[in-house]
Design a protein around this ligand. Structure first.
Ligand SMILES: [Zn+2]
Length: 373
C-alpha cells in the first residue's frame, strides 16, 4: 500500500498534463552570429500579428506579439549587437537589449517561425528608428489551419435512433457545435462544418467540402448503433476492418450514400495509384496520430469502448490528403450512452476532450507517430 501513493500521484500528474492547456506554440528562441550581427529565430511566433519597435533609452528593439499565447525565453544571453533577450509574458513583448545601435532589422516568416536579422548601424540611423511611436515593421502572421467538423447524417437520414427516440443526427450536430465553440475560443484554428443545420449531405460532398476548404484535419462525429457496445471509440481508414463491429459500422455508414467516391485528377490509372498510395501513407500516419491523441484525451473523462482505436473502410474518411478520423461519441443503441449523450453537460465534456486532442495535434505536428496493430 505504501508504494501505491506516489505512483497514484504520478498518474494524476500525467493525467493533469494531458488535460492542461498548453501554450499555442513551442517556447524558445535561437540566436546565432550572421555577418557582423545576429540571426534570431523565434519558432511558433508567426502564428499571429506582430509589431517591431525601437527604443533609444535603453537602447533596444521591442517585438510585440499580442493575442498570441506564444511563450518566449524568460532570459537569453545575447551575441553582439544583442546583449540579451527577455520575454515579458504579461505585456506579450520580447525585449531585445542592444550593445550598440543597429540598422532596421530584416524581419520575416519562415514557416511558423519569425526570423530577424539584426546588423550594426549608425547612431543617427538608430535614432530615426527609435522616433516616437513608429513601428519599424508589422505583420499579420500566418493564416490559421482549417479543421473541418462533420456531424454525421441529417435531413432525411436520422442516423441511429435510441430506445427513447433520441436521433443521432441531432446529438452529433449539438456535439460538433460545442466542439466548434471550444476550438474557436482557443483561437488556434478556424473551423468549418459540413452542416450546421438539419440537412442531408451526401458522403462524397463531405469529403469534397474538406478538400475545398484545404482542411488540415477532418473529424466526423457519430453516435451509431452497435448491439452490446458502449462508450466512445475512434476510427481511422483501412481497407480491411480491424474487427466485425468496425466493418459493420462502416458498411452501414457507407450505405447512407453510394456515391462516396473521389474525383481524382485525370492521369493514367497506374500513376494515380502510385500518387495516392504515397499521399495516403503520410495521411494515414497523421490520422493514426490524431486518433491516438484523441483516445488519450477521452480516456480520463468518458467511458470508452474496449480497443478504443479501430479501423474500417469508411467512405467519409477517404480524402487521400487530409488526416481524418471518425469518432463515435457513444452508441445510441446503449441505454446508458443514450442517457448521457442527451445531456449537454456530458456532450461538453466530450467536446472539450476532442477539441484538446485536435489542438494538440495542430501544435505538435510530426510527434508521437505510432502504428496500430
Ligand atoms: Zn452515424
Amino acid at each position: 500500500m505504501k508504494g501505491s501513493l506516489p505512483r497514484r500521484g504520478l498518474l494524476a500528474a500525467a493525467l493533469a498534463a494531458l488535460v492542461a492547456p498548453r501554450p499555442a506554440a513551442a517556447d524558445g528562441a535561437s540566436l546565432r552570429a550572421e555577418g557582423n550581427g545576429v540571426r534570431l529565430v523565434l519558432p511558433g511566433a508567426a502564428g499571429g500579428p506582430w509589431r517591431l519597435l525601437a527604443e533609444a533609452r535603453p537602447q533596444r528593439l521591442v517585438l510585440s506579439l499580442p493575442r498570441h499565447g506564444w511563450q518566449g525565453p524568460r532570459v537569453l544571453s545575447g551575441i553582439a549587437p544583442v546583449r540579451s533577450l527577455r520575454w515579458d509574458e504579461r505585456a506579450s513583448r520580447l525585449y531585445i537589449d542592444l550593445t550598440r545601435p543597429v540598422g532596421a532589422p530584416d524581419i520575416g516568416r519562415e514557416g511558423g517561425a519569425l526570423v530577424l536579422s539584426i546588423q550594426p548601424g549608425t547612431p543617427a540611423a538608430f535614432a530615426r528608428l527609435a522616433g516616437p511611436g513608429r513601428p519599424i515593421a508589422t505583420g499579420q502572421g500566418a493564416p490559421r489551419p482549417v479543421v473541418v467538423l462533420d456531424p454525421g447524417h441529417g435531413g432525411k437520414d436520422p442516423g441511429a435512433i435510441g430506445a427513447t427516440g433520441t436521433q443521432e443526427k441531432r446529438i452529433v450536430l449539438a456535439a460538433a457545435q460545442e466542439m466548434r465553440r471550444r476550438l474557436e475560443a482557443g483561437g488556434r484554428c478556424r473551423v468549418a462544418m459540413t452542416r450546421t443545420r438539419d440537412v442531408f449531405v451526401p458522403l462524397g460532398s463531405r469529403v469534397e467540402f474538406a478538400r475545398r476548404q484545404r482542411a488540415t484535419l477532418f473529424v466526423s462525429v457519430h453516435a451509431d448503433s452497435a448491439p452490446g457496445a458502449r462508450g466512445a471509440s475512434v476510427y481511422t481508414l483501412s481497407e480491411t476492418a480491424s474487427d466485425a463491429l468496425s466493418a459493420a459500422l462502416a458498411r452501414r455508414e457507407n450505405a447512407a450514400d453510394a456515391a462516396g467516391g473521389l474525383n481524382l485528377p485525370p492521369v493514367p490509372a497506374d500513376v494515380q495509384r502510385i500518387l495516392l498510395s504515397l499521399v495516403r501513407q503520410e495521411t494515414r500516419q497523421g490520422s493514426v496520430r490524431l486518433a491516438n491523441m484523441t483516445v488519450g484525451a477521452l480516456r480520463p473523462r468518458v467511458p470508452l469502448l474496449p480497443n478504443t482505436h479501430r479501423q474500417a473502410a469508411f467512405a467519409v474518411l477517404k480524402a487521400p490528403d487530409i488526416p481524418s478520423m471518425l469518432v463515435e461519441i457513444g452508441f445510441l443503441s446503449s441505454r446508458q450512452d443514450e442517457a448521457q449523450l442527451k445531456q449537454p453537460r456530458h456532450r461538453a465534456v466530450v467536446a472539450t476532450a476532442l477539441a484538446s486532442a485536435i489542438e494538440d495535434y495542430l501544435e505538435r505536428p510530426g510527434l508521437g507517430v505510432t502504428s496500430v496493430g
